[in-house]
Design a protein around this ligand. Structure first.
Ligand code: GLU
Length: 503
């Protein structure tokens, strides 16, 4: 029975990379008929950010990544918030202490600082609390039993550290990377329990993965090096470790390095699922008008591919096609243009009534309200192939709801000829006299007039278009006029030409 977990720390808004981790966990759980669990890893109280847990839950909810067990609905392995499991971890640290696999350390901040400085003086790149220095530090290995007892009694700066063996290779199989191994010389004696009795991430993580019977740990590559510590801890506890799957890094759109939270503002696109408003504000895919299914499709391809040409996958197809073996090792570049492409494809394919539900809240402007549902649906049908996001329905198609601004002034000036004015007046009269105003009728009137009078399309259509919508970039002009209706079209044609003449 497959059991996977998404285990974010509520230290701020959930990064889009975290959503990808959640998505891969979800896809794998669904594929295997297993369980998908949300566990909140909130033991580091110094980094706790209020609102972050709600944000995580809201983001998963928006994407429809439903969890089977979580802090809110509970489950057989709860609680699912590590801060509520605090008392449970200590016994495991004690067991490692008793077995000599962990030790007490009493070093103050100054002691640790001195250690770092000495490491620097000795030409070491990274200062590690490890086998090479531990006997010079203040801990239960270097001190006598009496000294240790006295320091424990005093209770200052007490932590429990892992006693990493000095000369071993720790190997494990990662489903993406195959055999991975670390020399214990590379590992430090990590703190597993802090003075306040709170476990650190490492202890809480392995204890919970064990107790919650997690079968596969699917997480970001940044945790790969911690896995060696985790494997050792499983060994110390005599527990079977889960299988590991480390997902490739998400890279900046251009240049070197990991996509960071600052890249969003820098490159002008969101790197968070939802908007986050605190001291700093970050844009969100939802608020920027992206479709959640499009983003899931996009994220699925950020580190995985089905090995075929197919790119469009709904959730059902993704679940069917997904496999851990097809996750790639190399970093995945965050290509926002690809996200926009997916978004566009999803909007085009989406049912107009569903689009209406998403964009109605965006049409809050008073003059946009009060339109019939059929007007909104007609508007969506005309605009859906011309937008990259839901927000663009409003920003690009505002003129369906209010009088247009003349955007393409230059073209208007170039195309305007005083001698054509009479034709526009005549077209207006013909429109006014027409008993119907569907798109074909409007087309018939205008094209008929052009033909009957030996005019060119170029003499009439650009001016007509700009008078109606202000821009040359709008959708089908006849459909647009039909939707706006006879009176409004006549009115706009008249007012538009007055504006164009005055340019
Ligand atoms: N709490 C860790 C994080 O925030 C979880 C890492 C893991 O999945 O083990 O990413």
């Amino acid at each position: 029975m497959v059991r996977v977990r998404f285990a974010p720390s509520p230290t701020g808004p959930l990064h889009i990379g975290g959503v990808r981790t959640a998505l891969y966990n979800y896809l794998f759980a669904k594929k295997m008929g297993g369980s998908f669990i949300l566990r909140i890893e909130d033991t580091d109280r110094t980094r706790y950010v209020p609102g972050a847990e709600d944000y995580i839950i809201e983001a998963l909810d928006w994407f429809g990544l439903e969890t089977d067990e979580n802090p809110i609905k509970g489950g057989d392995y709860g609680p699912y918030r590590q801060s509520e499991r605090k008392d449970l971890y200590k016994q495991y640290a004690m067991k490692m202490l008793e077995d000599g696999n962990a030790y007490y350390a009493f070093d103050s901040a100054e002691d640790l600082e001195r250690m770092r400085e000495e490491a620097k003086e000795n030409g070491k790149h990274v200062a590690k609390y490890d086998a090479t220095v531990r006997m010079q530090m203040k801990n239960s290995l270097s001190l006598s039993t009496e000294e240790t007892a006295a320091l424990l009694e005093k209770g200052e700066n007490v932590v429990v550290r892992l006693n990493i063996p000095s000369d071993r290779r720790i190997g494990f199989k990662d489903i993406v990377r195959d055999e991975v191994s670390f020399d214990t010389k590379e590992l430090d004696d990590k703190v597993i329990l802090k003075g306040d009795g709170m476990p650190t991430y490492h202890l809480a993580n392995i204890v919970d993965d064990h107790l919650m019977e997690i079968t596969h740990v699917i997480r970001g590559e940044e945790w790969l090096s911690s896995t060696a510590h985790h494997i050792l801890m499983y060994e110390f506890m005599g527990w079977e470790p889960p299988q590991f799957v480390h997902l490739p890094l998400i890279l900046k759109p251009v240049g070197q390095g990991k996509l960071s939270k600052r890249d969003g503002a820098k490159f002008g696109f969101p790197v968070f699922p939802l908007e986050w408003k605190a001291e700093e504000t970050y844009a969100g895919f939802r608020e920027d008008g992206f479709d959640k299914d499009a983003i899931k499709n996009f994220l699925a391809f950020l580190g995985w591919n089905p090995g075929t040409e197919q790119e469009m996958f709904n959730m059902e197809d993704l679940i069917a096609a997904f496999s851990l073996e097809k996750i790639v090792k190399s970093g995945a570049r965050f290509d926002i243009d690809k996200a926009k492409w997916f978004n566009q494809q999803y909007i085009i394919a989406k049912d107009n009534a569903e689009i209406a539900e998403v964009i109605k809240p965006l049409l809050q402007n008073a003059s946009y309200m009060g339109h019939s549902d059929s007007f909104i649906l007609g508007f969506i049908e005309l605009m859906k192939e011309r937008v990259e996001s839901y927000n663009e329905f409003v920003s690009k198609g505002y003129y369906f709801f209010e009088k247009p601004r003349i955007e393409d002034e230059k073209i208007a000036r170039k195309k305007w000829k005083d001698e054509n004015e009479l034709h526009f007046t005549a077209i207006r009269t013909q429109m006014a006299e027409s008993s119907s105003f569907d798109s074909d009728t409007v087309q018939g009137i205008i094209k008929g007039y052009i033909g009957d009078n030996g005019l060119s399309f170029g003499a009439i259509l650009p001016i007509l278009r700009i008078a109606i919508s202000g821009t040359m970039k709008g959708p089908d002009i006849f459909g647009m006029m039909s939707l706006l209706g006879k009176e409004e079209s006549i009115d706009r044609l008249h007012a538009g030409i007055e504006k164009i003449k005055a340019l």
